[in-house]
Design a protein around this ligand. Structure first.
Ligand code: HPA
Length: 243
């Protein structure tokens, strides 16, 4: 049985240090997954890895087939998912390279295939989503982040936007008023689909930039990519400890 899957986001299209054993492409009732599922050994334990935006980082957030990805992971026996995601920092204490393990979500996305419970139903199903993340996995991440030499914030409200454009300064101000600490584009419907499948799902967000309007600079992809390098290395350090 495979316990842990990592869904890698921007900056993490492959898991360095993973001893790959095989790759698997599944037919799913929902179409194609973003990438093959890579099976391997990491930190001495079996793990699987899936690249959310595709191996070549070509699938934008609104075109990701979240349902196929989650269905495939459940189908092969995954129980826990660590979702890695690049985000912008809204809360002023958050600096590029910091990690955030969010505890809440506000969903601003639209038009995405966001549920498994919409066709051929025997009864209407409403999942509980009061606390959108799996506390067990969040607690493991908290333990793993003791005594590390980088910053890990254990609370944060993740505002999920539609993208692929970045936000306006006014949108970020509104999100801040709503209570959001970080902004990204892939947190939903991924988290809700995982809950529908009764998977234990937590996110490790990597702050790639200050959110729009937080400084006078334009946000560039080059800056985001540069800032993700250290943050992704920190994610790997946590991952080894939770295995
Ligand atoms: N906004 C939305 N998504 C992001 C950002 C951002 O500023 N940075 C990285 N992903």
């Amino acid at each position: 049985m495979i316990e842990l899957a990592v869904i890698g986001g921007s900056g993490l299209t492959e898991l360095e240090g993973l001893k790959v054993t095989n790759q698997q492409v599944l037919e799913t009732p929902y179409g194609k997954m973003s990438s093959p599922i890579t099976h391997g050994i990491y930190g001495g334990k079996p793990i699987v890895f899936l690249a959310r935006h595709g191996i070549q980082h070509t699938i934008p957030p609104h075109k990701i087939n979240y349902r196929a990805n989650l269905w495939a992971l459940k189908h092969i026996g995954v129980k826990n998912i660590l979702a890695v995601a690049a985000v912008g920092g809204i809360e002023p204490d958050l600096q590029p390279g910091d990690l955030v393990i969010p505890h809440q979500i506000i969903d601003y996305t639209w038009g995405r295939e966001h549920t498994f419970f919409d066709e051929k139903l025997t009864h209407v199903t409403h999942i509980d989503f009061t606390y959108p993340y799996c506390e067990e996995l969040r607690n493991k991440l908290l333990l793993a982040s003791q005594n590390v030499d980088f910053k890990v914030f254990f609370q944060g409200i993740y505002g999920v936007t539609q993208g692929p454009r970045l936000e306006t300064a006014a949108e970020i101000n509104r999100m801040e008023q709503d209570g959001c600490d970080i902004v990204g584009m892939t947190g939903m419907p991924e988290a809700a689909l995982a809950r529908e499948l009764e998977l234990c799902y937590a996110t490790c967000a990597v702050v790639a930039n200050e959110a729009a309007g937080r400084n006078n600079e334009q946000i560039s992809m080059a800056e985001i990519e540069e800032n993700l390098i250290d943050g992704i290395d920190y994610v790997r350090q946590l991952l080894v400890k939770i295995m």
